[in-house]
Design a protein around this ligand. Sequence first.
Ligand code: F6P
Length: 471
Amino acid sequence: MVSEASHSVTRAGAQVLVASNRGPVTYSLGDDGTLDAKRGGGGLVSGLSAIGDDADALWVCSALGEGDREAVRRGVGEPGVRMLDIDAAVHADAYNGVANSVLWFVHHMLYQTPLEPAFGPEFRAQWASYEAYNRAFAEALAESAGPGAAVLVQDYHLALVPGMLRELRADLRIGHFSHTPWAPVDYFRMLPDDIAERLLRGMLGADRLGFLTGRWADAFTACCVAVLGGTSGTRIGVHGLGADADFLRERSRRADVEERLAALREQIGGDGTRKVVVRVDRTELSKNIVRGLHAYRLLLDERPEWRERVVHVAFAYPSRQDLAVYRDYTAEVSRVASAINSAYGTDSWMPVILHVKDDFARSLAAYRLADVALVNPIRDGMNLVAKEVPVVSDEGCALVLSREAGAFEELGDDALVVNPYDVSGTAQALHTALTMPSAERAERTKRLAASATSLPPSQWFLDQLQALTAP
Ligand code: F6P
């Protein structure tokens, strides 16, 4: 199933291996047949660079699009990255069918339960692909790992890998880290019993499991107790990923961000007198963008004094557009934003500025000028936006934060905390945030930034590696 000519760059006998569905690089295929490589960022990239180039590390990931597959076929790759060319239909069933449409929904509690989920033959076929896709990773890791190597498997896509890899290579130290929340027992048990059991047993094949917060670790343990009777001795740890302060502070002061700042100020209008509520998300069902817009509309409706005096800058970048439910949600975000602009906008004031094209420099510009950041997910493993805004903010920013975000555990004291389903409560929190005295806002921002950066990505990664390899 995995094309053997596919190994971009393989290092036999790596001592530290990372496995994730999405890798650190993606390739796009130009009309003239050239391949363009785009490198990503994030915690794992900083973590791996922190262990140094000599560390004999290998990142095993999946080819995701046609560009990636073509790169694998041509033998093009990055040093230290092995991209697996898993059959496209198998990958689609595993990634879209099981990982994103079932496991993501379970952990984020996204089902509209009167009608879904309904696990029948289609799900069973997709589950067979999920197993095959996990097996492809386990086999590649078993082949590439040196004796006694440490393997750090990432996320719900690869929940079965620890158990499968353990069977192939008993000598390895195997860790698994969940970047999502973990479902409460009753919600998790919506999965068919045999599937629930296989997922938990797959993860318990690891020596050590990591979660972003104590809440998610406890939920996992509760599921193991309810379904299996216990955690079979696998160690469980909590590692709350923080923002990368050095990178953010430097990157957010570059010329391209200054340009975006000027353009945004122009769009906001009002000669710098308007307050700005910012949100930056992938257009993800769990991010609760639509209720956020409804709350903003309620603010304008119930407190007319804010009209012309506030602008909501909402960046909602494309995500998982292969799934109809994500496409529909994306359309709903645009529809609600337009409805607010039609109902309240004037010749000189656009109440909502919605951008849907991903632009990192523009996101940083919005972080810098935000008076209020709205981070109101239904449920979220951590939410790094909540941590990044206070670090980058020019003059202090009030944070309206959902109590269901992992970041709440660390930032709750200095944020204005909301129940994400309570639209009226969110509108009230926006008002409180907008009227917060600037000295208080600056003080809170300072404390938020300190908490947000207390565990930088490199340390987050090294701590896990050390805990895994400790005798
Ligand atoms: O939060 C879990 C996660 O896998 C993150 O690691 C990542 O930011 C996000 O989901 C992206 O998902 P996808 O790879 O489907 O775009």
